[in-house]
Design a protein around this ligand. Structure first.
Ligand code: ATP
Ligand code: MG
Length: 806
């Protein structure tokens, strides 16, 4: 093989090295947990770039979470200096969003389309059901949402769905009406992001061919959890099928582990692996069998457990690390006692064993379990951070604030309109809203456009609301994101309203946190600053070795080099948030980019990211991550394995894979626990310990007997109920000092391209306009320009050819 000549490759084992340095061609890396799949993927990207086999623009990498994408970017920039902006690294949703923004017209969407999260989607469906007098007993909105998402995951539009009976036809009709409503309002749900961009590529030859030529290396992590549509999306971007054979210029590398497939309930198809091998005619298959993550007591437990599953592709995992500590198992009398045991052990790990808190994770099967654990951590003043659950961007007051911001960008967003038209209260009753909705329906327009049709006092109130939004839009034109949000908080009356409310102080603080989140978003995404951060070596010196960000051809260096990065006309360079309209050079305003971020990355609360806090999350959310110490609680029949799934064999095997994922997150210490009684959903349940305990090797476990009552710090019934209020606050960490977010210095943009606010410019499509603001430098420079006939737009200066008008 290839000698590990470069420091990039040092330390890789022979199989990893082979995978990293594979020649072109499609490849499948099938390997167990902790064997370095993600590391191989990241190192391969670095290797491709370093050796000139690819340019940043020629790489498409798909990760399972936004967090994983960020980590991959961080590791890459630590390996070599590279303009990560040019690379398409992200989740399927993030990448689809990027595609749709760049080609929104071809996709039939407004550029500033808004993304509905699951909550928004449900309220949109409820609104629809009401409007069409749908019997919600017969067609529960939640089920409709599930039905629609399922159809989209299979790539089916209403016309493609087979109807078996009257109910089926009704559901399809509602799906159709829902789509029309979304289209009218300029909003898309998560499933739509995927399906719409799939159709965009399918139906638009020049766009598809552009990306097929552009992406020479497509790398997919966690491939076992892709669904049908995602697989087809990948296949399409890899090449066209001619006479049953995939003609592809790209090399697709998929890495995965069939034992970690845990999203079947959301349409994931482990069968995509076999399809991939067959349909892509995969030339390279590599297995990695060395686990670098865990001590053998942990690894043996995982292997032993997963050995109870029947349908497996078959892999081995060994570790050269020692046995390590035994896996500790605790039987608690109650969920409170279990949580207290965890807290005591965590304190011990931090105090005596020198573990960092952020290297300790508490994992649970369902979100409802977290409250008790949070409460115990909170009472013990142990900083912690919760992923998932009610996320920052999903809190009511934040959703209200975001609704106002969305209306600034898109007055036709009826979901947002309804959310805030009477919040804070403006004396607009339900009856008046019905009148407005009827008027909008009759005129076939948005609520915003229908206000003048409403007579009397109600009409006056509606008009005042619309005028307030319109004035706010004018006032904030050309302002920074921070300025826009602060002005909105004032004008909308939100802050004023919460000042008079009982729990209002918390909410005002959260609204303030929204301003901070926007501020750090602007900084992180490079709005207003040079985005290419040069990494430092271990001595703090800038690394000098550099990677070309342009293709060798366009630099005129090597006439024989393959065209790696052929541009779509006009050139499609990188930009903050990476999103530019391919026709006009129009870019997203910072506000739209921020709203997109709020919808797509609701779970990653950047403000706390660097804190040394214990990590709480569901097992599902922990996939791909690793921690020095891991606690898995609630190992009880009915909970883990879960009631919903343990009935049939497929369900039970998925639960077992979930447990396998949980165990393999641990590097050094693993703690398992179950409790005899548990309060769940308002009921005390008496639980039997999980069957999974019987599937673990006894010699790796150490059973711990509960401490004597009164000996430890645990006191039964110690006001857990009362603690919930405070724990709910601590969940987001905005109250306690330990979580305080570091102040983010404001970034000043240097002037560029000879433009400045106030001067007149000419754009070939939009005509004459006036520059309102400039942000960023170099390739990232953008101008906000007001065009009398086209409104205010953000334009990427490297694409939009603006000429100064004297
Ligand atoms: P999962 O299936 O959980 O996603 P994975 O296969 O993606 O796991 P990685 O997360 O890439 O595994 O690697 C697990 C750990 O092992 C990481 O800390 C990684 O840095 C380390 N590791 C991987 N390969 C090596 C190696 N050759 N030498 C030392 N450490 C390694
Ligand atoms: Mg991984």
């Amino acid at each position: 093989g290839v000698p590990p000549s470069s420091p990039l490759l040092a330390g890789l084992n022979p199989e990893q090295l082979a995978a990293v340095t594979l020649p072109n061609g499609h490849a499948l890396i099938l390997a167990g947990a902790g064997s370095g799949k993600t590391r191989v993927l990241t190192t391969r990207i670095a290797w491709l770039l370093q050796n000139g086999h690819a340019t940043p623009g020629g790489i498409l990498a798909v990760t399972f979470t936004n967090k994983a994408a960020k980590e991959m970017v961080a590791r890459l920039t630590a390996m070599l200096p590279v303009n990560v902006r040019g690379m398409w690294i992200g989740t399927f949703h993030g990448l689809c969003n990027r595609l749709l923004r760049a080609h929104h017209k071809a996709a039939g969407l407004p550029q500033a389309f808004q993304i509905l999260d699951t909550q928004d989607q449900l309220s949109a469906i409820k609104r629809l059901c009401k409007q069409f007098n749908v019997d919600e007993e017969r067609f529960p909105p939640k089920q409709l949402a599930y039905f629609i998402a399922g159809c989209k995951e299979e790539g089916m539009r209403p016309g493609d769905v087979p109807a078996h009976d009257a109910d089926g036809r009704k559901k399809i009709e509602l799906y159709q009406l829902y789509e029309e409503q979304c289209q009218r309002e300029g909003v898309v749900d998560f499933g739509e992001l995927m399906l719409r961009s799939y159709e965009l590529l399918r139906d638009n030859d020049p766009i598809r061919e552009h990306y097929q030529r552009r992406f020479r290396h497509i790398l997919v992590d966690e491939f076992q959890d892709t669904n049908r549509l995602q697989y087809l999306w990948l296949k399409q971007i890899a090449g066209d099928e001619v006479a049953g054979r995939l003609q592809s210029h790209a090399s697709v590398m998929a890495v995965g582990d069939d034992d970690q497939s845990i999203y079947a309930f959301r349409g994931a198809r482990v069968g995509n692996m076999a399809d991939f091998v067959r349909e892509f005619d995969v030339q390279h298959q590599i297995k990695l069998e060395q686990n670098y993550r865990s001590y053998s007591n942990i690894l043996d437990s995982a292997n032993h457990l997963i050995g109870h599953n029947s349908r497996r592709l078959g892999k081995n995992l060994r570790t050269t690390q020692g046995a390590g500590e035994p896996v500790r198992v605790y039987e608690a009398s109650s969920d409170l006692a279990e949580a207290q045991w965890m807290v005591d052990e965590i304190k011990q790990l931090v105090r005596s064993d020198g573990f960092e808190r952020k290297e300790i994770a508490v994992l649970y099967r369902s979100n409802a379990q977290s409250r008790v654990i949070e409460s115990a951590l909170f009472n013990a003043s142990v900083p912690y951070r919760v992923y998932g659950g009610l996320r920052f961007f999903e809190r009511a007051e934040i959703k209200h604030a975001l609704a106002y911001l969305r209306l600034l960008e898109n007055p036709n967003d009826d979901t947002s309109f309804l959310r805030v038209v009477n919040f804070p209260p403006r004396g607009i009753g339900a009856r008046s809203i019905e009148v407005l909705q009827d008027a909008a329906r009759a005129a076939g327009c948005s609520l915003h456009d229908a206000v003048s049709a409403v007579p009397g006092k109600a009409g006056t109130n509606f008009k005042a609301f619309v005028a307030m939004i319109d004035v706010l839009r004018e006032q904030t034109e050309g302002q920074s994101l921070r300025g826009i949000i602060e002005q909105m908080l004032e004008s909308s009356g939100l802050v004023e309203h919460f000042r008079t409310e009982k729990e209002g102080a918390d909410r005002i603080e959260n609204l303030q946190e929204l301003v901070n989140a926007a501020e750090s978003f602007v900084t992180q995404e490079g709005f207003g600053r040079d985005a290419v951060a040069l990494p430092l070596d271990e001595h703090g010196q800038p690394l000098t070795q550099s990677v070309p960000t342009q293709s060798p051809v366009s630099q005129g260096l090597d006439p024989n080099a393959p065209v790696l990065d052929e541009p779509l006309k006009p050139t499609n360079p990188t930009t903050p948030a990476g999103i530019i309209d391919s026709d006009t050079g129009e870019t997203l305003s910072p506000l739209v980019a921020f709203l997109t971020h709020a919808a797509l990355e609701a779970g990653d609360n950047q403000a706390q990211a660097g804190q040394d806090a214990v990590q709480l999350m569901t097992v599902h959310a922990s996939k791909g991550l690793e921690f020095d110490g891991v606690f898995i609680g609630g190992l009880e029949e009915g909970l883990f394995p879960h009631d919903n799934s343990s009935g049939d064999r497929d369900g039970l095997e998925e639960e077992r894979r979930l447990m396998y994922v949980a165990i393999t997150r641990a590097r050094k210490r693993l703690y398992l626990s179950h409790s005899q009684t548990r309060m769940l959903h308002g009921q005390t349940r008496y639980n039997v310990k999980s069957r999974f305990f019987d599937e673990l090797p006894e010699e790796c476990l150490k059973w711990i007997t509960p401490k004597q009552q009164g000996f430890g710090s645990y006191a039964p019934n110690s006001g857990a109920g009362g603690a919930y209020g405070s724990s709910a606050r601590a969940q987001f960490g905005f109250k306690s000092e330990t979580f305080a977010s570091p102040p983010v210095p404001p970034q000043k943009a240097a002037p560029s391209h000879g433009l400045r606010a106030g001067i007149a410019v000419f754009h070939t499509k939009f005509g004459e306009g006036k520059v309102l603001a400039i942000e960023g430098t170099g390739d990232d420079a953008r101008a906000q320009v007001n065009f009398p006939r086209h409104g205010t737009k953000w334009l990427a200066l490297s694409v939009a050819k603006l000429t100064v008008v004297d």
